[in-house]
Design a protein around this ligand. Structure first.
Ligand SMILES: [Zn+2]
Length: 391
C-alpha cells in the first residue's frame, strides 16, 4: 500500500506532486492558511488588480472559460459581482450528456452573458482521444489541451487581456503554492498540472495521423505574443476563500441540475459528463492508484466535514464501484471484438471494476448530506452536438 497523508489520506502518487510528513501533507498545510488569511484584504487586492481591465467603452473585460458545471456558475457569479463584463468560452468535449448541455445553456441564459462554444473537428479530436488512450491511458487530454489553450487564443486574438479561472487545483489539492503566492496561469503550469507533461506534439507522429496545421488551438499561444498583449490569467481561489461543496450547494438556485453518480458523493463537480466519473475515473485508478473519490474525501476532511477515521470506509466504498465502459468505446467507434481485446490486454489490472454499477448506498456524515441537493440521473449519455454527427 502506498504512502498516504495521515490526515486527508491523499496518496503519494498524486500527479501534481505532494509532500507527506508524519502529521499531514503539503495540501493540508496550505489548506490551513484559509483560516488565518485576511480574506477582505485579499478581496481588496483582487479588486485593485482587475480595476485597470474594466473598460466602460469596450465590450468585454475578461474571458471566462467554462465546462458548464456548478463551479462555473459560482465563478461567473463572482465575475459579475466584481463588475467585469465577461465573454464566456466553452470547448465542446463531445462527452456531455443531457444534463451537461442543459446546465451549459442554463449558465448562459441565467447570467445573460455573451458566449461561444468551440466545436473541434470531430475526426481529428477522436483520433487524438484514441492515441491519448493508447499512449497515456488518458481520454481527456485532448479536451484539456483545448480547454486550457483555446480561451487563451481568444484572449489574444480579441485583445481581451484578462482571463478569469475559478480554482487553482495545484493550490487546492496538493498545496504546490501558497495562497500568498497568487500563482497565475502560465505555459509551465498548464503543462505541469493540466496536461501531466503531455503537450499535443506527443500525441501525433507515431500516434494520431493528424496534420499539425489542425492543431493550432490545441497548443498554447507563443509566450512572446502573450507578453506583447499582456494577457494574464487569475485564479479566484487565491483571493476568495474557496469551499466547493459549500458554495456549489446554492447553485441550484440558479437553475443548475446536480447529477447523481456512483463514483462519488459530489453531485456538483463535473456533473453532465458521460466519462468523468466513468471511464476517465477507471483510467485514473489505473494510472495513479486512486480514484476521484480520494480528491473529494481529502477536500472534505480538510473542511472538517469528514473525520479521518470514517474516511477510509467512504473511499473504499466508492473505489469499488463498477463502471460501464461500453458507451465510451461505442462513441470511439471501437468494434465489440476490439473492446474485448482492449479489456484483455490493457485493462487487466482494473478488470474487477468493469461492469454495471450497483445501487448500493453508503451512509455519509450529516455535514456532507446537508450540502447535497436532489440529484438527477441523465437520460441520454454521449450527446454529440456541434460539429459532430448526431444528437
Ligand atoms: Zn493531507
Amino acid at each position: 500500500m502506498q504512502q498516504q497523508c495521515p490526515k486527508c489520506l491523499y496518496p503519494a502518487s498524486h500527479p501534481f506532486g505532494i509532500v507527506i510528513s508524519d502529521s499531514s501533507c503539503s495540501g493540508c498545510k496550505t489548506h490551513d492558511e484559509k483560516y488565518s488569511i485576511d480574506w477582505s484584504a485579499k478581496r481588496e487586492k483582487l479588486e485593485s488588480l482587475i480595476k485597470p481591465y474594466k473598460k466602460a467603452h469596450s465590450q468585454y473585460d475578461c474571458v471566462v472559460p467554462v465546462v458548464g458545471d456548478a463551479e462555473d456558475f459560482y465563478t461567473l457569479s463572482l465575475v459579475l459581482e466584481l463588475g467585469l463584463a465577461p465573454l464566456v468560452v466553452c470547448v465542446n468535449d463531445y462527452f456531455k450528456n443531457d444534463i451537461g448541455w442543459k446546465n451549459l445553456h442554463q449558465l448562459i441564459t441565467y447570467f445573460d452573458v455573451d458566449s461561444f462554444t468551440f466545436n473541434p473537428d470531430m475526426r481529428v479530436y477522436k483520433d487524438l482521444v484514441r492515441t491519448s488512450l493508447r499512449k497515456f491511458d488518458h481520454i481527456l487530454l485532448p479536451f484539456l489541451q483545448l480547454h486550457t489553450s483555446f480561451p487563451v487564443h481568444v484572449a489574444y486574438e480579441r485583445k481581451i487581456p484578462l482571463i478569469i479561472w475559478g480554482q487553482n487545483q495545484a493550490v487546492e489539492q496538493v498545496g504546490k503554492f501558497s495562497h500568498f503566492d497568487c500563482a497565475e496561469m502560465s505555459r509551465w503550469s498548464r503543462r505541469e498540472h493540466d496536461l501531466f507533461g503531455k503537450e499535443i506534439e506527443t500525441a501525433i507522429g507515431n500516434g494520431a495521423q493528424v496534420d499539425e496545421r489542425c492543431l493550432n488551438y490545441y497548443s498554447y499561444p507563443k509566450t512572446l505574443d502573450l507578453d506583447r498583449r499582456k494577457v494574464r490569467g487569475l485564479y479566484l481561489s487565491n483571493y476568495l476563500k474557496w469551499d466547493p461543496l459549500e458554495q456549489n450547494q446554492n447553485i441550484v438556485d440558479c437553475g443548475y441540475t446536480p447529477q447523481h453518480n456512483t463514483s462519488s458523493f459530489d453531485i456538483y463537480e463535473r456533473a453532465g459528463s458521460s466519462v468523468y466519473y466513468q471511464f476517465h475515473d477507471l483510467l485514473k485508478y489505473k494510472r495513479q492508484g486512486y480514484r476521484k473519490i480520494s480528491d473529494h474525501v481529502a477536500r472534505e476532511i480538510r473542511h472538517g466535514r469528514i473525520l479521518s477515521r470514517e474516511a477510509r470506509e467512504i473511499i473504499d466504498f466508492y473505489t469499488q464501484s463498477k463502471i460501464d465502459i461500453e458507451p465510451f468505446f461505442k462513441w470511439l467507434d471501437v468494434s465489440p471484438s476490439g473492446l474485448e481485446w482492449y479489456k484483455m490486454h490493457r485493462l487487466q489490472s482494473v478488470s474487477h471494476l468493469i461492469g454495471k454499477a450497483s445501487s448500493d448506498a453508503i451512509t455519509l456524515p450529516s455535514a456532507i448530506t446537508m450540502l447535497l441537493n436532489e440529484a438527477k440521473v441523465p437520460e441520454k449519455q454521449h450527446i454529440v452536438f456541434g460539429k459532430g454527427l448526431h444528437i
